[in-house]
Design a protein. Structure first.
Length: 333
């Protein structure tokens, strides 16, 4: 453990993506403030309002007016959870950054444990869901299946049940900032950058208020993005499938020729032709679809659009250690 004298020099930014969370913000702030108030660090709580259409931004500004540690980045529209986390990591300027959800599913009371693990040498501290209160069997089983599949086809080990409740040391934040890919799957990026990771179990609570922003279709799109960003296995699968089907077609062709030339027997029947044509069309469309998905990714990346746009920025100075407040946000390499 570090001595309090040394710890007092350190700073921590807490990044909180929020999309239509007006009902959660205040309770989130109160519980977080209670958890960190006694700790000897300079804190900032940076809310990222991801284009909310409710009073989330007003709630954050009200908190900022009463607590100089509270900051807000407001997006010009909804860019998504991954973009909101990215903006928070870009704006952060502390020795460590903690990310957690505004809906209180990630208990802020765990923050001292995250910080203690960091002080003991961890460069990434990952919250791992030991139990998820109120999570449906469907959500749990699809999530387990997804991570099994992803880990089977991706060279990077991505921990199941480890969402975005994490602490990053400054050097990890600097590394993550260098990855500007459009198709963002941050859990893969966290694994890609490496560094020394410690996992901390936590019990995921039910949402404090409101409802999840992710439908089954959103989850499917998220899963697809993860696979496309962190595995080329579907492309390879398309190649192998093409090879196998070509071999089958060659065999069948030889059989048809031999039957005709040697035995003077023409294979009769419309059925076999219809089956073969449909089968090959299906395989071709499937492989074209796989190619198309990857091509779409290339197109998105080549546009090099910004990952998010800010409409308002309120970044208080890190109270404690003498450090200039940041004036601009674009990522630093
Ligand atoms: N969120 C966001 N942008 C979005 C969707 C969600 O910033 O487009 C935030 C949301 O406010 C919450 C966190 O991301 O703090 C996780 O979202 P949610 O609770 O809806 O997802 P779940 O926990 O159900 O997976
Ligand atoms: Mg949630």
């Amino acid at each position: 453990m570090t001595t309090p004298g040394i710890a007092a020099q350190k700073s921590i930014d807490i990044v909180v993506p929020a999309f239509n969370e007006e009902a959660c913000i205040r309770t989130f702030y109160e519980r977080t403030a209670r958890a960190i108030d006694a700790l000897p660090y300079a804190f900032r709580i940076l809310f990222v309002d991801d284009g909310s259409t409710d009073r989330t931004a007003q709630e954050c500004f009200a908190l900022a007016a009463s607590d100089p540690r509270v900051g807000l980045l407001r997006f010009s529209r909804n860019f998504g959870h991954q973009a909101a986390l990215t903006a928070g990591l870009d704006a952060a300027d502390a020795d460590a950054v903690i990310t957690l959800d505004a809906d209180l599913q990630h208990p802020p009371e765990k923050l001292p444990d995250f910080i203690a693990a960091w002080e003991q040498g961890a460069e990434i501290v990952s919250g791992v869901r030991a139990r998820a209160e109120g999570a449906s069997l469907w959500k749990r089983s699809t999530s387990t299946l997804f991570y099994r599949l992803l880990n089977a086809i991706s060279p990077f080990k991505i921990t199941a049940d480890s969402p975005d409740f994490r602490l990053f040391d400054r050097k990890v934040v600097n590394a993550i900032r260098r990855l500007r890919e459009q198709s963002r799957f941050l859990r893969g990026i966290y694994s890609w950058v490496g560094f020394r990771e410690v996992q901390l179990p936590y019990t995921q609570a039910e949402r404090a208020a409101g409802r999840t922003h992710y439908s089954n279709i959103d989850m499917l799109v998220f899963a697809l993005r993860a696979v496309l960003s962190f595995s080329h296995a579907p492309l390879r699968f398309a190649t192998y499938l093409g090879l196998c089907v070509s071999a089958l077609a060659f065999g069948f062709g030889m059989y048809a020729i031999v039957m005709n030339v040697v035995f003077h027997q023409v294979i009769r029947g419309w059925t076999s032709i219809a089956v073969l044509v449909s089968f090959f069309s299906g395989v071709q469309l499937l492989t074209l679809g796989v190619l198309g998905e990857y091509l779409g990714q290339v197109l998105e990346e080549s546009k090099r659009r910004p990952l998010y746009l800010l409409a308002d920025t309120h970044l208080p100075a890190l109270v404690g250690p003498a450090r200039e407040p940041k004036s601009s946000l674009p990522p630093r390499d």
